[in-house]
Design a protein around this ligand. Structure first.
Ligand code: URA
Length: 434
């Protein structure tokens, strides 16, 4: 095979074979195919797209390009959940214990945050002593013992995706639905998932800002999953405003624990129960979403979900007493309210700007080597649809810097207000099964 012929074929809108796609992935990983040919190929893919079979071939070839987790020693259906990322999205912290409390194994590999979105590993490290570097044996043992373990991404998982993603980043070819879908799904397949529940976000804080693109991405990922025999479904959810009321690692942990107690904010509770119900179905514990919701609400009200969280935190070296008193995690020195200049109600919020403000306080990373401060973040007293009185706090900053004027301005500008009432946004737009 010659790369030039494969590029020409895709440039002319033809369908590539599985063998051609694999040949490209192997050749590019081994450095037999140079970046200039891979760039031309990525651009051809960007314009011509890929059909379902081609996307599945690319996904599988990238999943096979490095280590693949063998979770066969874990009993039961391993259901993974993936969110395309958003601000204040702490659902993994909630879903893990909820689903594990039903007896479904949660063997989760998670990442760190970059830019305006946070990462589960950073949030979990708000618990002093919590270890996320687990070797495969320990990871499997913990899941078998407790039904839950969360490890940082380690080893050489999907190196072909890493290399291709870096190339796409500098060749203006990231925004291609089949390429994004293959990239995300290759990581899920390599991480050993039997079934996958996807939370595809749309809105001002999401990768896919408009709903139509989010639907296309969700459809593409669900089809890839089924082509590769992984039971896959997707929920499309709103990210026009942060999820819940807190952004920042320890603050989000506290809110996740409140949600496990059944005392979380409405949007976070609803999305968590919905996703967990779908995971219960995929994991074979419920026959439909309604039954799944009942089971999940039960482990919230009988305290089993919180107990599971404690067991999980302790098993990975964290201090479980912080689950009872999460306030001890919030050690920010300066607490400052941002108040409304006039009365009205919140019409819009720019979620990515709130994420950026939290990052500037130290809750996130601008570059991947930045250190983060787990204690800092933002409480959002007001969200879209909420009424605001003059001089009432709209948000509170938790900071370890005394001067936060620059951050206050970003938070204030992330809100728009109207006189009179405004409408609460929809939380879940659609559910895609196949
Ligand atoms: N996230 C991914 O993992 N891959 C993409 O291509 C885009 C976003």
């Amino acid at each position: 095979m010659r790369m030039v012929d494969i590029i020409a074929k895709k440039r002319d809108g033809e369908v590539l074979t599985d063998a051609e796609i694999r040949w490209f992935v192997n050749g590019y990983s081994n450095e037999d195919i140079p970046d200039y040919q891979a760039s031309a190929f990525a651009m051809a893919l960007y314009f011509q797209g890929m059909n379902e079979e081609e996307a599945a071939s690319l996904t599988f070839a990238m999943a096979e390009s490095g280590d693949q987790l063998d979770l066969s020693a874990i009993e039961g259906t391993k259901v993974d959940k993936h969110s395309t990322g958003g601000v204040g999205d702490k659902t993994t912290l909630i879903l893990g214990p909820l689903v594990a409390a039903l007896g479904i194994p949660v063997a989760k590999m998670s990442g760190r945050g970059l830019g305006h979105t946070g990462g589960t590993i950073d949030k979990l490290e708000a618990f002093k002593g919590f270890r996320t570097e687990l070797n495969q044996n320990e990871f499997i043992r913990l899941v078998n013992e407790n039904k839950i373990a969360v490890a940082g991404q380690s080893g050489n998982l999907t190196p072909a995706d890493k290399k291709l993603y870096a190339l796409r980043d500098v060749t203006a070819t990231v925004d291609s639905i089949p390429l994004i879908a293959s990239s995300v799904m290759s990581k899920k397949i390599a991480a050993g998932a039997d079934a996958i529940v996807l939370d595809v976000k749309t809105g001002s804080g999401a990768f896919m800002e408009n709903l139509e693109d989010a639907k296309s991405l969700a459809n593409a990922m669900v089809k890839i999953g089924h082509s590769l025999n992984r039971n896959t479904m997707a929920v499309i959810s709103n990210m026009d405003q942060p999820l819940g009321r807190f952004v920042g690692n320890a603050l989000e942990v506290k809110e996740a624990i409140e949600t496990l107690h059944g005392k979380g904010p409405e949007d976070l509770h609803e999305l968590s129960v919905t996703l967990a119900a779908h995971m219960a179905v995929a994991g074979g514990k419920a026959s439909n979403e309604k039954e799944g919701r009942q089971l999940i609400e039960e482990v919230i009200s009988n305290g089993k979900a919180v107990e599971k969280m404690k067991q999980f935190i302790q098993s990975q070296g964290g201090d479980p007493s912080a689950v009872d008193t999460p306030e001890i995690l919030n050690t920010a020195k300066f607490i400052k309210d941002i108040t409304a200049h006039e009365a009205g109600s919140v019409e819009t919020m720019h979620a990515a700007q709130i994420g950026k403000a939290a990052m500037m306080l130290g809750a996130g990373r601008a570059t991947k080597d930045d250190e983060i401060d787990h204690a800092v973040g933002i409480k959002l007293h007001k969200k879209i649809g909420d009424e605001v009185h003059e001089a009432e706090p709209i948000a509170t900053l938790y900071s370890n810097q005394e001067d936060t004027a620059h951050v206050e301005e970003i938070v204030r500008n992330a809100y728009t207000f109207v006189h009179g009432k405004s409408k609460k946004p929809m939380l879940i737009y659609e559910t895609i099964y196949k």
